[in-house]
Design a protein around this ligand. Structure first.
Ligand SMILES: *Cc1c(COP(=O)(O)O)cnc(C)c1O
Length: 391
């Protein structure tokens, strides 16, 4: 009675189809059959948040001064900890008052930043395969995404020379992501310098997603985009405590960089949200000030897992480059398979969940992604199972 057809806004109707639906259904069916699933599809650390961070939260949560609305930009003490961490980790100077912003997880900042800079029809340059939030955020702001394909022949980095002049001229914002999800590829300073030159020439705001900067192997520390000369004039960098400190559920991240870009994002946020619970920011200070003590052990665990999974897959004849950072293996599917059919094969035949590469955008077709967020015993078992059935 009184009902009427509820219609979704165009921005919702235009959302890309959910490519993982078929896989989810297959997974549910396998679980219902009692299959012992090995889930290599999850991009969420399996280990708990380190105890000192939890202890700091407990104390801070009991303090009534944290029970009211936090400040919009984040506590100055948290932003100062970010600035300290940046200086120490990357040698980059950032003013806590104007060049750092607390975020409710980096996804929140990535999702909101186009609203500050993109008008209807503006072009946003988006790497693909990539984090699905980049094109969706562009589209929600009324922008048009232009795909920068990440191809093997370019080392899975965007080829700036392949972007047509007309597109570069219309582009207002570019998303980048290193270490990369899903390919795990790390960009070097030479690449970042070319990005700065390109952005300066075409007046493009660069938004670099560095969520995985602290998950690295063999002691090879990824660099920051902001280390490149001139980067502070064109861009900002997103970081997250999620992957670095096993804090995905806590919802805290931050952006650092050009003060006008930071201010633009801050304007959007102050009109839409009310910041991060201050007790969580207090805990974040403990995390950032921990001087690698809390992260070194995690890196070791991921590296051990990598050293089980990658050689195991290579011995089976699968083609992949060992990741030097992040926690993903980006694997070429064997001849005769597509991303989807190989994912289905692994799930149906041996109960292993992986993610089809095309779920991260069309240029991801021909690949699957496996994650290192599972114990090395389970990873070894996954290799054994695949060996038994082959493909
Ligand atoms: C996990 C992830 C993030 C971090 O998300 P949070 O909102 O900070 O938890 C950002 N970018 C990429 C590419 C990711 O995979």
């Amino acid at each position: 009675m009184g009902g009427f057809p509820i219609t979704y806004a165009e921005r919702i109707q235009k959302l890309p189809p959910y490519l993982f639906a078929a896989i989810d259904e297959m997974k549910q069916k396998a679980m219902a059959r009692g299959v012992d699933i090995i889930n290599l599809g999850i991009g969420d650390p399996d280990l708990p948040t380190p105890a000192p961070i939890i202890d700091r939260l407990k104390k801070a949560a009991a303090d009534p001064k944290h029970h009211q609305y936090p400040s919009y930009d984040g506590m100055l003490s948290f932003r100062t900890a970010v600035s300290r961490w940046y200086k120490k980790r990357f040698g980059v100077t950032a003013d806590p008052a104007t060049e750092v912003l607390t975020l409710i997880g980096s996804k929140e900042g990535i999702g909101h930043v186009p609203l500050a800079f993109i008008d209807s029809g503006d072009v946003v340059l988006v790497p693909s395969p990539g984090y699905p939030v980049y094109p969706v955020a562009a589209s929600f702001a009324g922008g048009t995404s232009y795909t920068m394909p990440l191809l093997k022949q370019n080392g899975f980095l965007p080829d700036l020379n392949a972007i047509p002049k007309g597109i570069a001229q219309r582009a207002k914002l570019m998303f980048l992501n290193s270490p990369n999800n899903p390919t795990s590829v790390v960009a070097d300073q030479e690449f970042f310098s070319r990005v700065v030159a390109f952005a300066q020439e075409h007046h493009i705001i660069v938004c670099h997603d560095a969520a995985y900067s602290e998950i690295y192997f063999d002691g090879k520390r990824p660099t920051s985009f902001l280390e490149a000369e001139g980067a502070m004039t064109v861009g900002i960098e997103f970081h997250s405590l999620s992957k670095t400190f096993n804090m995905t559920g806590w919802r805290i991240g931050f952006a650092v960089g050009n003060r006008e870009i930071i201010a633009g994002l801050g304007k959007v946020k102050s009109n839409l949200d009310s910041g991060v619970f201050q007790a969580v920011q207090e805990a974040g200070i403990t995390a950032l000030d921990s001087d690698d003590q809390l992260t070194e052990g995690l890196r070791k665990i991921y590296q051990e897992r990598r050293d089980v999974l990658v050689p195991g897959l290579q011995a089976l004849g699968l083609e992949l480059d060992p990741p030097t950072a992040a926690f993903y293996a980006w694997i070429t599917v064997p001849k005769g398979y597509t991303s989807t059919s190989f994912t289905a094969h692994l799930l149906e035949k041996v109960g292993i969940v992986t993610t089809p590469g095309n779920g991260f955008g069309d240029p991801g077709e021909g690949y699957i992604r496996m994650t290192l967020t599972t114990s090395k015993e389970r990873l070894a078992e996954a290799i054994e199972r695949i060996q038994k059935v082959g493909w």
